[in-house]
Design a protein around this ligand. Structure first.
Ligand code: ZN
Length: 338
């Protein structure tokens, strides 16, 4: 057990989690550096509350180069009127604030990948302090956590929602209903256990429920992904009973429920080089089918190496940069839940 277990976060805020109304302000993360001895990092946060009711925590910018969720959350902050609500919405639009400010997956201050640092450390560097604050101060207040990711700079996804299902029928049914309420074109479930440093694991430890997304990527703001995020968050707030359904959201599209079962759904680069893909995002592929070729540009007489898919499925995610190192993820698949 870590020595820091039970220690309160050093991150503070002037906002009142129990006050009704719309508060937009900052978390203060103490950050004493050469240019600012007594300074703090000012991380945006909003608390929008009206009376008793469920609490939803909507996070984005867990990875700083994933933008669709950040825009959806900023629209949520401006668009929500406490008068039309019953309950609380906490919005953390730039969860790993230094990374989101830099437009990078990881923090330029400590190279931390927020989604690999839970449960964090109250005495750690900023990324570890942030994950500790989220797990110990924000998640325990929430009946539901939304963690809005995208493919970022190196990947591109068909806009999707995702969740971990564990086999507990009641809990899994609740998660399925949430995925249907978010209504992304695809929802995929994983059963993979073992990774305990993510927001998913943190939410489970905090005793709450979490839904994630992969909304696009390429380091851009995907038009469809942003729409899916905006409508999805609205759908979730309606499902939780925090806001009322509108005529538009009542006609939400049906999501296609898929799964990513194991490592065979992923295709990795076997060599460094230049990758020539031969299938597109959204294609349906078979086990053994060619995914692409690794070219050796500094040895042009050498034949390219063929890369194959390891299972049947739909191409849900593709790598964006052409240059690859051995071990880079090139594609990942999903298959319909039978
Ligand atoms: Zn991410």
């Amino acid at each position: 057990m870590a020595k820091t277990q039970g220690q309160r976060s050093r991150i503070t805020t002037d906002l009142d989690f129990n006050a009704d109304g719309k508060q937009i302000g900052y978390l203060r993360l103490p950050h004493s550096v050469h240019r600012s001895a007594y300074g703090f990092l000012a991380m945006p946060i909003a608390i929008i509350k009206n009376g008793k009711g469920p609490t939803v925590l909507s996070m984005s910018g867990n990875h700083g180069d994933e933008y669709e969720g950040q825009i959806a959350n900023s629209k949520l902050i401006r668009g929500l009127n406490p008068k039309d609500m019953k309950g609380t919405v906490i919005v953390l639009p730039m969860a790993n604030f230094p990374a989101a400010q830099a437009g990078m997956r990881t923090s330029p201050i400590d190279q931390g990948n927020l989604n690999r640092t839970f449960p964090g450390d109250p005495n750690g560097t900023p990324t570890w302090m942030i994950s500790h604050f989220i797990e110990t101060e924000l998640m325990p207040r929430a009946d539901l956590v939304l963690d809005l990711h995208s493919g970022g700079s190196s990947l591109n996804y068909i806009p999707s929602a995702l969740a971990r299902m564990g086999g507990d029928k009641k809990r899994d049914a609740k998660i399925k209903a949430l995925l249907e309420a978010f209504a992304a074109p695809i929802s995929y479930v994983t059963t993979a256990l073992g990774e305990n440093r993510t927001s998913t694991a943190a939410a489970e430890r905090a005793g709450t429920t979490i839904i994630g997304t992969e909304l696009g990527g390429k380091g851009t703001v995907d038009i469809d992904g942003t729409k899916v995020a905006v409508n999805g968050v609205r759908g979730i707030l309606e499902h939780m009973g925090i806001v009322k359904e509108t005529d538009i959201t009542r006609k939400r599209p049906k999501t296609r429920i898929m799964e990513v079962k194991d490592v065979s759904y992923y295709v990795y680069a076997p060599h460094p080089g230049l990758f020539e893909p031969v299938v597109k995002l959204g294609a349906t592929v078979k086990k053994g089918q060619t995914a692409g070729f690794v070219h050796f540009m500094d040895d042009p007489g050498r034949e390219p190496v063929e890369v194959k898919f390891n299972t049947n499925g739909l191409v849900l995610c593709e790598r964006i940069p052409g240059k690859i190192e051995r071990g880079d993820c090139l594609f990942h698949l999903a298959s319909d839940v039978k």
